[in-house]
Design a binder for this molecule. Sequence first.
Ligand code: THU
Length: 133
Amino acid sequence: MYDKNMLLDTALVARANAYAPYSKFKVGAAILLDNGKYILGCNVENASYGLSNCAERTALFKMISDGYTKNNVVAMAIVGDTLDVISPCGACRQVMLELLKPDCPILLCNLKRDMKEYKVIDLLPYAFSEKDL
Ligand code: THU
């Protein structure tokens, strides 16, 4: 188990760094590792809109770049200013499936501190993966 409130608080810290001058929609993500450390990520937009990167992928790519793997991950939280909990985009779901274990808990949250926990595999059923290659 893990402390959901602490993971959400860390995602909120990440969200404060969001670079979202175009959409104004700030998103934060936090990955809890088995050594107790957190990897933080925020969305980073670009004037060439398609080059923008979501908070989830920022955090996941930082994790890999820092030398960690799916085996080190306890859980990931994502938070945005949504009515219901935030719903990760399709691209991020695909990257989660690649870089996290299928049963890794993903805590979807909003600013009201609503939380819903899903497994990675349940966020992208019938996905294309390494098994198809
Ligand atoms: N965004 C994320 O960072 N994560 C999500 O789960 C949904 C969308 C970003 C992308 C873009 O910078 C902004 O939110 C609006 O789509």
